[in-house]
Structures are given as structure tokens and as C-alpha cells.
Design a protein around this ligand. Structure first.
Ligand SMILES: Nc1ncnc2c1ncn2[C@@H]1O[C@H](COP(=O)(O)OP(=O)(O)OP(=O)(O)O)[C@@H](O)[C@H]1O
Length: 233
């Protein structure tokens, strides 16, 4: 579904992603793992074209995304939830969801507000509340639900477990598994190996913008030296 091929991305002269390649297949949940500063967010931004790779290809459903504006990438079916999870604080939950509405896509699960309230019961209870009165975890759920209103084929979640209370982290894991069960393809970036293992089928580990591992969690468990070298556990 998504094929990232030998990309090199920079901030000014700083060379951040170095010859990075990976694939995301339809229906899977993939975890992009690595320490702080490894390049996970830059990878997601490079897929969205918010950072423009200077070399390489990003091919989504057969189309090369390089050079497209980010809004076009979103319209093509990649939903992106950045780390800073912005919501419209003066709008209610329902209004926030409506902002994200886009036409349905044939190859992707279709979401209605009521279906999203089944998956995110906390949002349902607070549907008339304004965003600013919600906790960090609820805001995080709202950004994901709003992105799903765009009916994406692929969802990119940048560090979904970061900065939220442990009980909400568990809800977040359950939510991602529900989205997978609905047939959604998901890529998450994570520092939390435990969380990643609970939700993902496969792990890709990066360090210094280079890929160091790509395989199942079982394979990763068989190589504790890889975990120790590239992840903080
Ligand atoms: N806007 C920017 N300008 C310059 N350098 C940046 C910028 N954003 C990130 N970097 C640098 O790029 C490298 C990769 O950062 P990135 O945010 O992709 O890492 P990450 O793996 O997502 O880590 P984190 O968990 O901290 O977000 C880091 O060295 C970071 O300091």
C-alpha cells in the first residue's frame, strides 16, 4: 500500500533520514520504533510531504507522492495525527469531528460520527463539550477520531501513547486494535515497546535516520541485542 524507497530528508543542512526504505501492507499495523531523535516524526512528515525528501520515492497505492502538497496527500487517503495533537479548543467534540469530514473511499473503512462514538465512548459522553475542557487523553482520542472522519486508507499516528495517563494508554491500545479489526491500515511511531508489541504486527526500528531492523516482534525478541542497542526499555 505504501512503499518508501531510499529517501533522504534534511532540515536545512542537517541530514536526518539516510537512505530509508520500508513498506506498509494493506491491513497491517506497523510500529516505527526508535529513541528520541531517531527520526520517527521526520519519517511520517516525509510521507506526508510536510518534509520533502531530496532523494527517493514515496509511493502510495501506485502513485508517487514526492512533490505533492500535503493536503493532496491527505486527500489521497493518508490520515496523519501529529505528535502535537491540535484540536479546535473553542469547538465542541461534534464540531471538531465535522471539520474532518471527507467523502468516503472505496478501498477504506467508512466512518460515521455514531460509529466513531462507539469506538470512542468517552467522546460520545462529551459530544457537546468544547475541546478546551477535555483532558490530554480525550484530546488525543479526538484528533484520531477527527482524522478518521476523512475516511483514510492509511492512518499515521505519531506517538499515540505519549503524554497520556496509563489507563488511557490501555484504552488507546484497545482503540487501535478495533481500528485494525475494521480493516484499517495503521502505522504508529513509538518509543514504548510494550505498547507497540500490544498493537502492531511488525516492528521497524530506526536510529540516526537509518533502518536497523524490520521484522516481527517474535524475531525482535530473539535478538535482545537489537532491542538494547536501539530502544530504551
Ligand atoms: N524542525 C526541525 N529543524 C531542525 N532539526 C529538527 C527539526 N525537527 C527535528 N529535528 C531533528 O531531527 C532529528 C530527528 O527528529 P525526529 O523528531 O524525527 O525524531 P523522533 O524519532 O520523532 O523523536 P521524538 O520522539 O523526539 O519526536 C533530531 O535530531 C531532531 O533534533
Amino acid at each position: 500500500m505504501l512503499s518508501v524507497e531510499r529517501i533522504h530528508s534534511y532540515y536545512g543542512k542537517a541530514h536526518i533520514l539516510n537512505d530509508l526504505s520500508f513498506e506498509v501492507r494493506r491491513g497491517e499495523v506497523v510500529a516505527l520504533l526508535g529513541r528520541n531523535g531517531a527520526g520517527k516524526s521526520t519519517t511520517m512528515k516525509s510521507v506526508m510531504q510536510l518534509v520533502r525528501p531530496k532523494q527517493g520515492q514515496v509511493v502510495f497505492q501506485g502513485e508517487n507522492l514526492i512533490g505533492q502538497p500535503a493536503f493532496r496527500v491527505a486527500k489521497d487517503g493518508i490520515g496523519y495525527v501529529p505528535e502535537d495533537r491540535r484540536i479546535f479548543t473553542d469547538l465542541t467534540v461534534i464540531e471538531n469531528l465535522e471539520v474532518g469530514r471527507q467523502p468516503r473511499r472505496q478501498d477504506a473503512p467508512h466512518w460515521t460520527v455514531e460509529q466513531l462514538f462507539e469506538i470512542f465512548p468517552n467522546l460520545s459522553e462529551r459530544r457537546a463539550n468544547r475541546g478546551k475542557h477535555m483532558s490530554g487523553g480525550e484530546q488525543q482520542m479526538l484528533t484520531i477520531a477527527r482524522t478518521l472522519m476523512g475516511n483514510p486508507s492509511l492512518l499515521l499516528l505519531d506517538e499515540p501513547s505519549e503524554g497520556i495517563a496509563p489507563v488511557i494508554v490501555e484504552q488507546m491500545a484497545a482503540t487501535i486494535l478495533k481500528l485494525k479489526a475494521e480493516g484499517l491500515t495503521v502505522m504508529i511511531s513509538e518509543q514504548n515497546l510494550h505498547f507497540a508489541r500490544a498493537v502492531a504486527d511488525r516492528a521497524i526500528i530506526i536510529e540516526g535516520g537509518e533502518k536497523k531492523f524490520d521484522g516481527s516482534f517474535k524475531e525482535l525478541e530473539a535478538h535482545p541485542e537489537i532491542r538494547d542497542a536501539y530502544l530504551s526499555v
